[in-house]
Design a protein around this ligand. Structure first.
Ligand code: ADE
Length: 335
C-alpha cells in the first residue's frame, strides 16, 4: 500500500519497559517506515494490513482508518477510546494485542499493533468443528484472565467474539479490536477492599452510573447481552455474557443464539431461547447457564470484588487450572 505522507504526530502510547518495543515507541514513525503486505482484517471503519518495519524487519498488524470516513460516521470518539484502551493495556504482559505507536497522514490514521500470527479463534473452532473439553477449558481460562485485567483497568470490551480473539505465535490468546470499548470512570471500577462498605457503594454507583451509561447498540448480534439490548446499559457483566456465549461455542461449535436475521437473534436472546446439544458436558453447561443469566447483576462474577473473578475461577468447569501458570503453559493442541 502506498500511503501519502504528511507530518507524523509524536508517538502517543505511554512509555514502557518492554525491551524490543522501546526504540520504536520513542521515534516518530510514518507509513514509509513499513512495507505494507497482505490484508489481514477488515471492519466497518478500518482495514488491517500485515506490515514489516523496514528498520528492524519486525512484523506488525497496522490498522488503517480513513479520516473522512471516521468523521462522516461520527466515530472519532470510538477511535480515541480504542487508543486509550490499548494504551491502558500496554503494560499487561498477556492477553491483548499491543499498540506500539500511532501516526497519521493527511487522509489516514495508523495504529501499529502486535501481529497475532495465528489469526482468529473462530478459524480454529470452524476448522475442527468443536473443541475438546481440555482445549475449551484452557482458552476459557485465558479469556477469563484477560477479562480480569481489562475490567481491572475499567475497560468493557462490548464486542467479544471469536473473531476478536486472536492467537499469537505460541497459540496464546490475545483480545483485539477495542473499537467499541467503554472506559469506566475510576470511581466505577470494581472495589478491591473493604467488602461490606464497598459492596453497597458499588450498588449505588452502578445504579446512578447506569443511567448515564445508556448507549446505542454496539457489538455483534449473537454475543450481545440482553441488558445491552433491553436497557441499553453496559456493565462489565456484558463481557461475562459474551464469555458464556464463547464457552458454549467452543464446545458445541456454534454460538447459542442463532437466527436468520439480527432482529430474530435479538428476540431469542431476550427470551433466552437456546438449547444445549446432547452430550454437552455437565460442568460446562452449569457454567454457561450461570453466565447466560438475563439479570446482569445475577450473572456469575457480577458481584465479585477485587480484580479476579473468584466465583468463576472456582467453578468446577475450571477444575485443574493452575491460575498462576496459564500463560506459561504450552496451550493444548486444538483438535
Ligand atoms: N487482524 C486484526 N488485527 C490483527 C492483529 N493484531 N494480528 C493479526 N491479525 C489481525
Amino acid at each position: 500500500m502506498q500511503a501519502s505522507q504528511a507530518a507524523a504526530t509524536p508517538v502517543l502510547a505511554p512509555q514502557s519497559t518492554h525491551g524490543s518495543s522501546q526504540s520504536h515507541r520513542h521515534t516518530k514513525r510514518t507509513a514509509k517506515d513499513y512495507i505494507f503486505g497482505k490484508l489481514i482484517g477488515e471492519g466497518c471503519y478500518s482495514t488491517v494490513f500485515l506490515a514489516k518495519d523496514i528498520h528492524t524487519g519486525k512484523e506488525y498488524a497496522i490498522k488503517v482508518c480513513e479520516k473522512s470516513h471516521i468523521v462522516r460516521h461520527q466515530k472519532v470518539q470510538y477511535i480515541k477510546r480504542e487508543k486509550d484502551a490499548l494504551n491502558l493495556l500496554f503494560h499487561v504482559p498477556h492477553g491483548f494485542v499491543k499498540l506500539y505507536c500511532t501516526f497519521q497522514d493527511e487522509e489516514r490514521l495508523y495504529f501499529v499493533l502486535s501481529y497475532a500470527k495465528n489469526g482468529e479463534l473462530l478459524h480454529y473452532i470452524n476448522k475442527v468443528g468443536s473443541f475438546e473439553l481440555n482445549v475449551a477449558r484452557f482458552y476459557a481460562a485465558e479469556l477469563l484472565l484477560a477479562l480480569e485485567k481489562m475490567h481491572a483497568e475499567g475497560i468493557i470490551h462490548r464486542d467479544l467474539k471469536p473473531e476478536n480473539i486472536l492467537l499469537d505465535e505460541s497459540m496464546h490468546l490475545q483480545i483485539a479490536d477495542f473499537g467499541t470499548v467503554k472506559i469506566l470512570n475510576p470511581k466505577d471500577i470494581r472495589p478491591t477492599h473493604d467488602k461490606e462498605n464497598e459492596d453497597s457503594k458499588e450498588k449505588c454507583d452502578d445504579q446512578s452510573n447506569e443511567r448515564s451509561r445508556k448507549i446505542s447498540f454496539v457489538g455483534t448480534a449473537q454475543y450481545v447481552s440482553p441488558d445491552l439490548l433491553q436497557n441499553r446499559i453496559d456493565t462489565r457483566a456484558s463481557d461475562l455474557w459474551a464469555l458464556g456465549c464463547i464457552i458454549y461455542q467452543m464446545i458445541s461449535g456454534l454460538p447459542p443464539f442463532r437466527a436468520s436475521t439480527e432482529f430474530l437473534t435479538f428476540q431469542k436472546i431476550l427470551k433466552m431461547d437456546y438449547e444445549f446439544p446432547e452430550g454437552f458436558p455437565a460442568d460446562a453447561k452449569d457454567l454457561v447457564e450461570k453466565l447466560l443469566v438475563l439479570d446482569h447483576s445475577k450473572r456469575l462474577g457480577a458481584t465479585d470484588i477485587g480484580n479476579t473473578y473468584e466465583s468463576i475461577r472456582t467453578h468446577p468447569f475450571f477444575e485443574g487450572i493452575d491460575w498462576d501458570d496459564v500463560w506459561n503453559q504450552t496451550p493444548p493442541t486444538i483438535c
